[in-house]
Design a protein around this ligand. Structure first.
Ligand code: KG4
Ligand code: ZN
Length: 354
């Protein structure tokens, strides 16, 4: 039996979890900063790192207590090394390094995107499919399509060339005056709207499996706000929040049509990639994988098994980092105590090679 304490602080959740054998969640504590960042309409990096520093010690203690585990029961400590906000990552990394030094336990710096993929291994009822698999990771910071050839071996075949899917949800949510984060708020608002009220464009990209969402966001802004974009100056163009909504705009219709266009783009490209690479199953992960329409579209269009995590494991958590760490620990990965945070870090075949 292998028991790992995992720590995650890459963005705006301070999280710690205890995982056994990469599949069993003994505890999973997430201290969300959503209320703190809501006033800014997005994640404010300096506020995030400070909040992590204030919360980390209590969150780790809670994770150990809830699992009834002491340091002596652990086999390793895992922590998110990147990608993410450097100031936030460093809080978790330095805390984990301190623990590893004090306890003499091995330390593993884990890739956050690999963590999202391994949230499926914690999903009740998940049966590991045969490889290769296709993973669609869609969150506030990332939209990636990756082929998974076996445990820990990836080929990134596409991703967003501008905004991440969750980022587009958050920006459009802000534009429509909905609460942060935009994803769940737009999904709620869309329930009362007509997905065909507006025909928002799905951008074409040069890369066969790439996405682009910034044009979609601009189209929503044009449809919903009072000033025509052409007459606004550069500074105003960036300020989605400042643009006034038209009086007659039906927010539910805009939300629903936007959600329709974005999920259609994700689903279409994913289904095409799944066929082209002849994969055995599709794994959907990351915060946007909580979206019901995206799940329904993919499930309807794929003639392959689609695996999705429970809602609590879609958004950032440390349990998924512990699950990924389990497979890395088993294959012998150990990080030195002087490893650094990595702001950007793509999934690739040799993801842990320096
Ligand atoms: O994975 P996550 O917690 O953080 C990152 O790694 O970025 O994802 C957060 C993102 C936010 O942009 C949020 O708006 C989006 O996931 N999200 C959703 C839904 N729930 C969360 N987007 C669409 N529909 C949802 N139900
Ligand atoms: Zn994430």
């Amino acid at each position: 039996m292998t028991t790992i304490l995992a720590i995650e602080t890459s963005c705006d959740e301070t999280a710690a979890a205890v995982i056994t054998d990469g599949r069993r969640i003994r505890s999973n504590i997430v201290a969300s900063q959503i209320d703190l960042h809501a006033q800014y309409g997005g994640v404010f990096p300096e506020v995030a790192s400070r909040a992590h520093a204030e919360a980390i010690s209590a969150v780790v203690s809670q994770a150990l207590d809830a699992a009834s585990v002491r340091y002596a029961d652990l086999d390793a400590i895992a922590v998110t090394q990147g990608p993410g906000l450097v100031g936030s990552l460093l809080v978790g990394i330095n805390f984990a390094k301190g623990l590893a030094l004090a306890t003499d336990l091995p330390l593993l710096g884990i890739n956050h995107l690999e963590g999202h993929i391994y949230s499926l291994w914690l999903t009740p009822g998940f049966v590991e499919p045969e490889f290769p698999l296709l993973a669609l990771i869609v969150s506030g910071g990332h939209s990636e399509l990756a082929l998974m050839r076996c445990h820990g071996v990836y080929e990134r075949i596409g991703g967003t060339i501008d905004d991440a899917a969750g980022e587009a949800f958050d920006k459009v949510g802000r534009l429509l005056g909905l609460p942060f984060p935009g994803g769940p708020a737009i999904e709620r608002a869309a329930r009362n709207g007509d997905p065909r009220a507006f025909r928002f464009p799905i951008a074409k990209t040069d890369g066969e499996y790439d996405f682009s969402f910034s044009g979609l966001k601009t189209a929503v802004m044009r449809a919903a706000t009072a000033q025509p974009t052409a007459r606004r100056n550069k500074r105003e163009r960036g300020a989605e929040r400042a643009a006034a909504l038209r009086d007659d705009v039906n927010i539910a219709d805009v939300a629903s049509s936007f959600q329709e266009a974005l999920t259609e783009a994700l689903a279409k490209t994913t289904v095409r990639a799944a066929a082209d690479f002849d994969v055995r199953a599709v794994l959907l992960a990351g915060g946007v994988s909580a979206n019901g329409l995206l799940r329904r579209k993919l499930a309807a269009a794929l003639d392959l098994p689609l695996w999705t995590p429970p809602l609590a494991l879609c958004t950032d958590n440390a349990a998924m980092i512990g699950a990924a760490a389990h497979f890395r620990f088993r294959e012998g990965l150990r990080s030195s105590l002087d490893f650094e945070a990595r702001a950007s870090w793509r999934l690739s075949e040799d993801v842990y090679a320096v």
